[in-house]
Design a protein around this ligand. Structure first.
Ligand code: ADP
Length: 446
């Protein structure tokens, strides 16, 4: 027999023994029945009170305190309490799991939008909010196609074939390219997963441009070399010595151009891969700048006035080969882009704020709109002039890389028709005293 029944039975026995029998013996049957009735009514009132407390508790929140009961109610309340505790535990475990899943979805590098069969949004993570300029708060419950109306997206969604992802451009966020994929799941629910591929696309475009540029740069000299060598091979005897010498000279010139291009490409690639060298060198600037001056004078062949102004001979901490290549590039450009008779000044200045290497010329100058792009690979203001003077279009890209690796910056001031000044600024901690110890680990590439 259950505890509830046994307690009820005991209560009835108690009423019979302590109320009915004594009153029956003392006052007779009628009073005994009245006494029992009073007891039953009292019990009924007590039960009703506890029942109303229970009803009130049932209407309250799940974690509200249970009323205290006695007798049979104590058993009933204890049972209820146990069930509520189990249910609360399950509820908490479920909320924790849900919370964890939400956090996982928020942490995903991809955007996720969950939507139902009517394409109404159920849930959006933060990344998807950013990808589509949506708001989880205000756009929940809205139809996806009302918010993302781009025809490519709408037709992808409507086609219903989600084996292939959609490359989505031209959304609300400018410059963003997304890879979209719909993943159906559950009961006609779906996930829209979005991945930002703008950077991959940019890199891919740069790679394509680079290959096109290199091919183009090699194509012209190769055509010249192939043309003249074919001409000489097929009709050598038709030409006199002077003509043959002239054609061989052209072949040599174009071959040298290709060699310079390949050398610059190798330098750039070594700089970009950035293989580290164990030490930084003490770079004595005075002998280096004197040799750069001599090279510039040789390149100019006496057609320019070239001077070196080195007020403060310094020692730089860095990679001598890389620095020499960068400084020589700037000096060489000054010679190549300054018409004969012009003046070129190579200078070094240093004080407690740092050091500055500069090359100023009175050459053709550069219009302001070109300045921000000058250090891009193969960017030239005047393609034919660059070619005529043996340029590869990679010089300033190399300079920029070398300076960045030495924590230095490149400043360009220029005015068309008046001249240019290229300044490489080095931070103070790159300047070494003669007794200063060597510092460690700058990647070296040239
Ligand atoms: P290039 O091999 O063509 O000279 P660079 O990368 O060294 O390539 O320079 C990029 C472009 O910057 C050049 O094609 C030229 O148009 C411009 N430039 C560089 N230095 C000077 C200068 N001192 N004066 C005028 N234009 C310059």
């Amino acid at each position: 027999m259950s505890a509830l029944w046994s307690r009820t039975l005991w209560l009835l026995v108690a009423i019979a023994c302590f109320v009915f029998l004594p009153v029956l013996i003392i006052s007779g049957v009628a009073w005994a029945l009245v006494a029992v009735l009073i007891c039953v009514l009292a019990m009924l009132a007590w039960h009703l009170t506890l029942l109303s407390q229970l009803m009130k508790w049932l209407e309250g929140p799940l974690d509200a305190r249970l009323p205290r009961g006695r007798g049979v109610w104590e058993i009933a309340f204890a049972g209820l309490h146990r069930r509520v505790r189990i249910r609360l535990g399950q509820h908490r475990a479920l909320s924790d799991t849900l919370e964890r899943f939400m956090r996982v979805f928020q942490a995903l590098p991809d955007g996720v939008i969950a939507f139902d069969r009517h394409r109404h949004i159920d849930w959006i993570n933060e990344r998807a909010e950013a990808h589509f300029a949506l708001s989880a708060k205000t756009d929940r419950g809205q139809a996806l196609t009302n918010l993302i109306r781009h025809p490519d997206f709408v037709s992808y969604l409507e086609a219903g074939n989600y084996d292939e992802p959609l490359i989505y451009r031209g959304g609300r966020v400018e410059g963003l390219t997304l890879l979209l994929q719909v993943i159906p799941y559950g009961d006609e629910q779906s996930l829209l997963v979005s991945r930002d591929i703008s950077q991959i696309e940019r890199t891919e475009r740069m790679r394509r441009d680079f290959i096109a540029n290199v091919s183009h740069e090699l194509k012209t000299p190769l055509t010249v070399v192939a043309g003249f060598s074919e001409m000489l091979t097929e009709g050598y005897e038709d030409y006199d010595d002077a003509e043959i010498k002239h054609y061989l000279g052209l072949i040599y010139e174009q071959t040298a151009r290709m060699q310079r291009l390949i050398q610059d490409l190798l330098t750039l690639s070594a700089l970009e891969s950035g293989a580290p060298t164990p030490i930084e060198e003490r770079v004595e600037l005075e002998p280096m700048l004197r040799s750069i001056l001599a090279d510039a004078q040789a390149l100019s062949a006496g057609t320019h006035e070239i001077v070196l102004d080195m007020a403060t001979p310094s020692i730089l901490s860095g990679c001598a080969n890389e620095l020499r290549s960068a400084f020589a590039n700037l000096a060489g450009n000054a010679v190549r882009y300054t018409p004969p008779g012009g003046r070129i000044e190579i200078a070094w200045r240093a004080d407690e704020t740092g050091g500055a290497f500069s090359v100023a010329d009175t050459g053709i100058g550069i219009a302001a709109e070109h300045l921000p792009r000058l250090t891009e690979r193969f960017y030239r203001v005047d393609r034919s002039r660059s070619r005529e003077t043996g340029g590869t279009g990679l010089g300033l890209a190399i300079v920029k890389h070398v300076l960045t690796r030495h924590h230095a910056t490149l400043e360009i001031e220029s005015e068309p028709g008046k001249g240019s000044r290229f300044t490489a600024r080095f931070p103070a901690d790159r300047l070494l005293e003669p007794a200063h110890p060597l510092r460690q680990a700058l990647p070296s590439a040239i």
